[in-house]
Design a protein around this ligand. Structure first.
Ligand SMILES: Cc1cc2nc3c(=O)[nH]c(=O)nc-3n(C[C@H](O)[C@H](O)[C@H](O)COP(=O)(O)O)c2cc1C
Length: 305
């Protein structure tokens, strides 16, 4: 059975969600923070909350950083390792134009020399583990092959590959042939990431690529938070069981934010996001009412429907 990595999803998989997910569903071997970055040379407050050791109850958290140069990498690695984390993930896949334009995320992929510097940095930090989360390329799917000799020269805990290029964002066909070529030539363990929505999907991918080191799932876990534990336990939840567990997850997240956020509108915004990938589970009618709720009373009424 392959290890399951819960892909970071900015805006969704914050520490509150991750903690309750682990408690209620489990089945995940590695959780990741959404990318952490420097803003005017400093860690953002919201990012700091994600990595404070006392905020992490999963105990298998990997902080992820997004950087444009060695200075940013060194600064973030010092802060994060200083908090006791021994494994840090480097984002080389984010397609958000703001980040790519600044040379972060997928913007690193065409920059072989900079990636070489990053790998030298990794090689020098012998007391820390690093992993990379990447796409096949920024503009072209063969950028990953040009990077391979550099990536092969360093030791990575794993490289998670989303087989798309940045231009595709999160849609369009996965380039499976290019993924296969990368997997075959990589000296580092490779984790597959992309469009896995069911236990069947996970099993098909593990059979198709027997040399895989793991499976990373993002939106599939938001849609079906039980997916990792169902795969691990070889047993599916029925619709009632799934809904019951999702309500427990919801109640935990809601209670946390009802206490920590100021005012209904922030709470509503956060909770509407919670349901964004769950329309199928709660049904179209309830989903629409949740989306339309203008206050917490209406929101709760929609949930009770
Ligand atoms: C809303 C959203 C936010 C994301 N945030 C991050 C992020 O912070 N770091 C990252 O490496 N990838 C991020 N991703 C990419 C996912 O981790 C994942 O690679 C992508 O969704 C493909 O996997 P999936 O098909 O299983 O969802 C994000 C994706 C989405 C849709």
């Amino acid at each position: 059975m392959l290890p399951i990595h819960f892909a970071p999803l900015q805006g969704y998989t914050d520490f509150v969600y991750r903690n309750f997910h682990e408690k209620i569903f489990g089945g995940v071997d590695y959780y990741y923070t959404p990318f952490i970055r420097l803003e005017q040379g400093e860690l953002r407050k919201k990012d700091l909350k994600e990595i404070l050791p006392e905020n992490d109850l999963t105990k298998n958290l990997v902080p992820q950083v997004i950087v444009k140069d060695i200075y940013e990498l060194d600064t973030l690695v010092s802060v994060i390792s200083g908090m006791g984390y021994g494994h840090i993930d480097i984002n080389m896949g984010c397609p958000f134009p703001m980040q790519v334009k600044k040379g972060r995320g997928a913007g690193l992929l065409p920059k072989t020399d900079l990636v070489r510097e990053i790998c030298d940095f990794i090689n020098a930090k012998t007391n820390l583990d690093f992993s990379i989360k990447m796409r096949l390329g920024s503009e072209n799917a063969d950028e990953c092959m040009q990077l391979l000799p550099v990536l092969n020269s360093t030791r990575q805990k794993h490289i998670a590959v989303h087989p798309r290029i940045a231009k595709q964002q999160y849609k369009g066909e996965l380039n499976i042939d290019q993924f296969q070529a990368f997997l075959d030539a990589s000296r580092n363990p490779v984790v597959f990431n992309g469009e896995l929505k069911s236990v069947d999907d996970i099993e098909k991918i593990s059979k198709a690529y027997p040399s895989l080191a793991g499976i990373m799932i993002g939106r599939g876990l938001l849609m079906r938070p039980s997916l990792a534990s169902e795969y691990k336990n070889c047993s599916l939840l029925n619709d009632d069981e799934l809904l019951c567990c999702i309500m427990k997850l919801h109640d935990g997240v809601f209670a946390h934010y009802a206490e920590s956020l100021q005012g209904d509108s922030h709470l509503l915004m956060k909770m509407k996001t919670f349901w964004e990938y769950l329309e199928e589970v709660i049904g179209h009618k309830r989903y629409k009412l949740i989306k339309k709720a203008v206050n917490v009373a209406k929101y709760n009424a929609a949930l009770q429907l």
